[in-house]
Design a protein around this ligand. Structure first.
Ligand code: PEP
Ligand code: MN
Length: 336
């Protein structure tokens, strides 16, 4: 739409697009409104006629296969607010921290008090765990969700927690502030569609073997199901390197930032697989323009049911937050 187009003109274009058999996705930016028309590729030439409607500046095809996720459809960063956290847009570097798995109320309370005191804004903890081995601890399930709820009530920290199957979405949605989709489920399309129907923000992790384009296509499933609040997470990919659990694809952050308006965060814990590398990788994430971190912290990592080796102890988490606070004024994004 032209910069001076009225709301009424925009609505008329939306109605016209719908009458043509397409779904209209208006995105109202500061400079102008862009209306995405999503539908059958074969009839798209007819949409050119929208240029004769008043208020329309021009029509153009979105060339990327991920239509709604692309910067072509929406120029400005998507900003997602959860509690005090503002994810995306560059105003904050949001830290989400906590253990891999919920193990007990005491463990979650100790972690929550520690991370909150250091300035983390969101608490993580898995109640449903997707484990490589069926013999490993699978998570406390609903009992774990209840612990998260109780710790949130006592500390005010919002919760990000994983949902592993479409059948569990209704349950997990009742407890979570952000629904996490794990690396192993990045292409579980029924699950993506189901979380797309919720009104909760979704933290979508990149799979260990998914390309950036495939990750964006997965985000597109959620967006096209009606949920605009998607946070992407780079958590390391599988390469020939064995010195780390995965290889953190740090370049994915600026690449994603240029291709999509969605917020991008980094999980250095699953990338590194060892606590020793978590602080340097976190600093790298801030330096390349990530919107935040998802990091594993455990009060007693030696007793953790999973991922203890890659979890920071409270003392190390303190150092991480101190470093990030020092770096933020130098590294925060500036308009280019
Ligand atoms: C997790 O965050 O605990 C997790 C299982 O991560 P990923 O899906 O990235 O392996
Ligand atoms: Mn983990």
């Amino acid at each position: 739409m032209k910069g001076n187009a009225t709301e009424e003109q925009t609505q008329k274009v939306v109605d016209w697009i719908e009458a043509m058999g397409y779904t209209a996705y208006p995105s109202r930016g500061v400079e102008r409104t862009i209306i995405g028309a999503i539908g059958d590729d074969r009839g798209k030439a007819a949409l050119k006629a929208a240029e004769s409607l008043s208020g329309v500046e021009r029509t153009m095809p979105i060339l990327k296969p991920y239509k709604l996720a692309s910067r072509e459809a929406r120029e400005e960063d998507t900003v997602i607010s959860v509690g005090t956290a503002v994810i995306g847009g560059g105003s904050q570097f949001v830290v989400m921290a906590g253990p891999c798995a919920v193990e007990s109320e005491e463990q979650m309370m100790a972690t929550a008090l520690c991370i909150k005191g250091e300035g983390a804004q969101i608490m993580r903890g898995g109640a449903f765990k997707p484990r490589t081995s069926p013999y490993s601890f699978q998570g406390m399930e609903e009992d774990g969700l209840k612990i998260l709820e109780s710790v949130r009530a006592k500390t005010g920290l919002p919760i990000v927690t994983e949902v592993v199957s479409a059948a569990d979405v209704d349950l997990v949605e009742q407890y979570a502030d952000i629904l996490q989709i794990g690396a192993r489920n990045v292409q579980n399309f029924p699950l993506l569609k189901k979380v797309g129907q919720t009104r909760k923000p979704v933290l979508l992790k990149r799979g260990m073997m998914t390309t950036i384009e495939e990750l964006l296509m997965s985000a597109e499933y959620i967006l096209s199901s009606g949920n605009e609040q998607v946070i992407l997470c780079e958590r390391g990919i599988r390469t020939f390197e064995t010195a780390t659990r995965n290889t953190l694809d740090i370049s994915a952050v600026p690449v994603l930032k240029s291709l999509t308006h969605l917020p991008v965060i980094v999980d250095p814990s699953h990338a590194a697989g060892h606590w020793k590398y978590v602080i340097p990788l976190s600093k790298a994430a801030m330096a390349v323009g990530a919107d935040g971190l998802l990091v594993e912290v455990h009060p007693e990592p030696e007793k953790a049911t999973c991922d203890g080796l890659q979890s920071l102890k409270p003392k190390k988490f303190h150092i991480l937050m101190e470093d990030l606070n020092t770096l933020w004024p130098c590294l925060r994004k500036r308009p280019v």
